[in-house]
Design a protein around this ligand. Structure first.
Ligand code: DGJ
Length: 539
């Protein structure tokens, strides 16, 4: 009895401490955040890896008159996340007076439609210009100066060397984040973009007197240290960086500015933050001045990392449709120190296939741009109607229902993908003991009529390695077969079992077994969102 009496308080204390820890942990983990393991990343939402199956609205759509089209586009697309702007000019119509009505309407709409939000802060920079500054700021150009080009003419791009502009942006972005903290306890907003495609078009950097003074001063020691150039201490930008000095100086200046905006917002409410990039050609090392200068292009990612540690990731807006460039961009931005996220990509139907390529590289999300209003794709032979989005919707119809499983498999590095290339209808995927042989084109029966390409290269396949001999497969307009990788062994593959499965209640449940015609000519995928669990053996 005594023993029990003595034991109970200890057990209770332990239980209370444990409960407090669990509660604190649940509270923290409830806030969306990024995690990294073995060089791979996951966005954790409600305690589990989450994939942003996104769609971004047009720029001028975050208004009561246009949001209904946005919500219906989100439904058409089967997206789970809307990316939508918050306009500084709307949020702060008078200095220090904030109007949260649009943010609140967007939050309400997202909850009604059961989707998450990525909010895009259209603040100081929008595509290199400052067109979203509130009117009262535009009327005071002395506090929000434009940069000065090499020829002395003003360029339509905000100066990152403008303390009053920085202070105003910090105040407004902080107000937004403070409001989200109060208005969004259920974490509808899972990620926030700080500014939009910052940098400058039409000049490599600012040549104003204020900028010149900094350009001819020693390069900040913390940057030298971060780049492993500590030995160059005391050198000015030209001395340290030579011909790249102008661009690197602008990247550092823009990133420092945005890093401070991000840090202030994060201090209010620590959601994950990112900055998106207007890209340069990833293959040709083009000269500075031929692309937007100062944003997080692939050549200055290390500078951005050093200058803006409060920015969690740097994200490519991919408007290059050719496979080599697209995949190269994915490889350049998916790094152990940078989670891969594609916040914008073109709405050309064939671009839909790169969604699987992004997933196979561990992306936390992906989103076509301009989903609402005119639903026609930018360049396509397909008709200008909802059906033009079909190849995109097919992605989300297939992956959406099993998103938690795919997000986890991606974080574990178990995803593989093949995407169709014009004129190359056959590809192989190395899967350890096996290789998947993927041929593209509408499904057919019989070996003699192997698919030889789709009219547009929209075909793709996603394979998850569940075990050495077990794979999850989904595809679009393609055929998938498996071979023993070591063909000298003489062993031939046997499809031991092919189950069509559906993800329900946290597990894949069998719908039916495919056999006979459905497997005699390998696994043929049309446009239906079919997912197969394949067990392989040999004979
Ligand atoms: C990239 C920008 O980030 C978007 O806001 C939009 O302007 C698109 N370009 C238009 O294609």
């Amino acid at each position: 009895m005594n023993r029990v009496v003595r034991f109970v308080p200890i057990a209770l204390t332990a239980w209370v401490v444990l409960a407090a820890c669990v509660t604190a942990h649940a509270g923290e983990s409830a806030l969306p955040h990024l995690v990294q393991k073995d060089g791979r990343h996951a966005l954790i939402v409600d305690g589990a890896p989450f994939l942003i199956l996104g769609g971004q609205s047009h720029n001028s759509s975050a208004w009561p008159a246009t949001l209904p089209d946005v919500w219906s586009a989100i439904e058409t697309l089967h997206a789970n996340t809307l990316e939508v702007p918050v306009y500084w000019e709307q949020l702060e119509p008078e200095p220090g007076q904030f109007d949260y009505s649009m943010v609140d309407e967007i939050l309400r709409g997202a909850r009604d439609h059961e989707v998450r939000l990525v909010l895009l802060w259209f603040g100081t920079w929008k595509n290199g210009s400052a067109h979203y500054l509130p009117l009262w700021m535009k009327r005071q150009p002395e506090i929000c100066p434009r940069i000065v080009g090499k020829d002395g003419r003003r360029v339509d791009s905000p100066s990152p060397h403008a303390p009053a502009l920085l202070a105003a942006d910090i105040r407004a972005f902080s107000a937004l984040m403070r409001h989200l903290k109060e208005a969004d306890p259920q974490h509808t907003v899972i990620l926030v973009q700080v500014e939009n495609e910052p940098g400058a078009w039409g000049a490599i950097r600012d040549y104003s007197p204020a900028a010149q003074r900094l350009f001819t001063a020693p390069v900040p020691a913390e940057l030298l240290k971060a780049l492993g150039k500590g030995g160059r201490a005391g050198g000015d930008w030209t001395a340290v960086f030579g011909k790249d000095a102008d661009e690197l100086f602008h990247a550092w200046s823009v990133a420092r500015f945005i890093g401070q905006v991000a840090a202030a917002g994060k201090a209010e409410y620590p959601l994950p933050l990112y900055v998106n990039a207007a890209l340069r050609d990833p293959l040709t090392q083009p000269p500075a001045g031929t692309y937007e200068s100062g944003g997080p292009t692939d050549n200055v990612l290390d500078i951005w990392k050093a200058a803006a540690p409060a920015v969690d990731l740097l994200a490519p807006d991919i408007y290059m449709d050719d496979t080599e460039r697209y995949l190269k961009v994915l490889d350049l931005y998916g790094r152990p120190d940078n989670a891969l996220f594609v916040p914008e990509t073109s709405r050309t139907p064939a671009v839909s296939r790169y969604f699987f390529a992004a997933l196979a590289r561990g992306a936390i999300g992906w989103s076509p741009f301009g989903i609402d209003g005119h639903l026609a794709p930018a360049t396509s032979a397909l008709p200008a109607s909802d059906t033009a989005w079909e190849p995109f919707a097919a992605n989300y119809r297939a992956v959406g229902p099993m998103m938690p499983a795919i997000a986890k498999l991606g974080f574990e590095g178990r995803l593989h993908a093949a995407v169709e290339e014009k004129g190359a209808p056959r590809q192989t995927l190395a899967l350890g003991r096996w290789q998947a042989v993927v041929t593209f084109g509408p499904p057919t029966f019989g070996y003699g009529r192997s698919p030889n390409g789709n009219p547009e290269p929209v075909g793709r396949v996603l394979v998850a390695a569940l075990g050495e001999n077990e794979f999850l497969v989904t595809g679009y307009l393609c055929r998938v077969d498996f071979e023993v990788a070591d063909d000298a062994s003489g062993a031939q593959r046997e499809l031991l079992r092919v189950e069509e499965v559906r993800y329900e209640g946290g597990a894949f449940r069998p719908v039916r077994i495919w056999n006979g015609d459905e497997t005699d000519w390998a696994l043929n995928f049309g446009s239906a969102p079919q997912v197969l669990r394949v067990q392989l053996g040999t004979y």
